[in-house]
Write a protein that binds this ligand. Structure first.
Ligand code: DSN
Length: 418
């Protein structure tokens, strides 16, 4: 049967992969939700586990021949529990969006109200943005950050008292500050709301003890596994379970919502790769890595402030920076395009209460997880801030952008990817 290599059978796809590999090697990957997995994670991801159907959960499958799949799935669940101090973990969500959707269906009835962060203030599409189907099913009400860039807890409490939500949802994709889970839980308890945190962006930082952990505090926590956690593309749900009856019911409800409620057969090659990534995250080196992500982000913060950039939320406590670039006479889209030409990958992004459109917003979002994986530290951050500044200042000058690109290639050569 299958005898040909990828290159022999499909040279076009092979070439696309090789070109993307070169792009990753030669560029500075600064989209804060991206990272580079280890060769071990890649190996598990590309393994023969992709051949197997295993609908159900370990030891309760609808298919025969699942004994080794069960082992692999348990090998993902155990370190995940350890990393986050979780009582119950579901590692089957295909990614963050299905994880969030499964939780909504597990814990809410159609029409019930959820308080979630406004997208332009750092929230996420799947937290009830009007363009999503979830917004047609549940009643999402949006809270915002205050003028200092903090989550406005007084306003959140007022909104909770007014709207009586069934759930308060925190966790953000463009918000750069720490989250006070205890204070938010107190508000939720006051109005009898459930608490959900989506820690997709900061899961690796939480696992390493570099940011507050909502898992022991909140009712349910979702995450992706491929951002700061540096695993394969996928999702995960954590909640309390075990001893307390009603909480155990949630664990069951959540499992049922993932399968059969929302998904079919789990992607077991992906789950095995999650297991590898979680094992890696338990190693002491991962703590050093997570600490360096934050140090690098702080250096960038200082360098951009020095260069008169406008940092949303007043700066960063995590891995990302949201920068309003309009004071530099450029839009977020123009900045993204210029930086692309300079070999620096970021994404255009809305800033709080942005008056521009999502396709051409005022800001750019950038982060340090991927460049930190390459081994870059404080010295390189200063250099990178210079490159970004030069590209933004000279966004209409192709020769200058090409010159920055050459400098970026020289820099990345010193930090090979694989
Ligand atoms: N798309 C991810 C991000 O870039 O933040 C979130 O889902």
């Amino acid at each position: 049967m299958h005898k040909q290599t990828l290159k022999q059978f499909d040279p076009d796809i092979n070439a696309a992969i090789e070109r993307e590999k070169q792009r990753q090697e030669e560029g500075l990957e600064m989209i804060p939700s991206e990272n580079f997995v280890s060769p071990a994670v890649l190996e598990a991801l590309g393994s023969i586990l992709t051949n197997k159907y295993a609908e159900g959960y370990p030891s309760k499958r609808y298919y025969g021949g699942c004994q080794f799949i069960d082992e692999a799935e348990q090998l993902a669940i155990a370190p995940a529990k350890q990393l986050f101090n979780a009582e119950h973990v579901n590692v089957q969500p295909l990614s963050g969006a299905p994880a969030n959707i499964a939780v909504y269906f597990a814990l809410l009835k159609p029409g019930e109200t959820v308080l979630g962060m406004d997208l332009s203030h750092g929230g996420h599409l799947t937290h009830g943005h009007p363009v999503t189907y979830m917004a047609q099913i549940f009643n999402f009400v949006r809270y915002k950050t205050n003028a200092e860039g903090k989550i406005d807890l007084d306003n959140l409490r007022q909104m909770a008292l007014e709207h009586k939500p069934k759930m308060i949802l925190v966790g953000y994709s463009a918000y750069s500050r720490e989250i006070e889970y205890e204070a938010i839980k107190k508000i939720a308890d006051e109005v009898g709301a459930l608490t959900m945190a989506d820690i997709a962006h900061i899961a690796g930082l939480i696992a390493a003890g570099e940011m507050n952990n909502p898992v022991p505090i909140f009712d349910v926590v979702t995450t992706t596994t491929h951002k700061t956690l540096r695993g394969p593309r996928g999702g995960m749900i954590m909640c309390r379970g075990g001893m307390i009856m009603c909480k155990e019911k949630w664990a069951k409800q959540i499992d049922k919502a993932v399968f059969p409620g929302l998904q079919g057969g789990p992607h077991e090659n992906n789950i095995a790769a999650k297991a590898v990534a979680f094992k890696e995250a338990l190693e002491p080196e991962f703590s050093d890595y997570a600490r360096q992500i934050k140090i690098n982000a702080k250096v960038l913060e200082a360098e951009f402030i020095k260069r008169n950039y406008k940092l949303c939320f007043g700066g960063t406590d995590n891995h990302l920076l949201l920068i309003d670039v309009t004071n530099k006479g450029i839009s977020g889209k123009q900045a993204q395009i210029a930086l692309d030409a300079a070999g620096i990958t970021v994404n255009k992004n809305m800033v709080p209460d942005d008056q521009r459109s999502p396709m051409d917003p005022s800001g750019i979002r950038l982060g340090t997880p991927a460049i930190t994986t390459r081994g870059m530290k404080e010295t390189e951050m200063v250099q990178i801030a210079d490159h970004i500044d030069e590209a933004i200042k000279n966004w209409q000058d192709q020769a200058r952008l090409t010159s920055v690109r050459q400098q970026v290639i020289e820099l990345t050569k010193k930090f090979p990817l694989y």
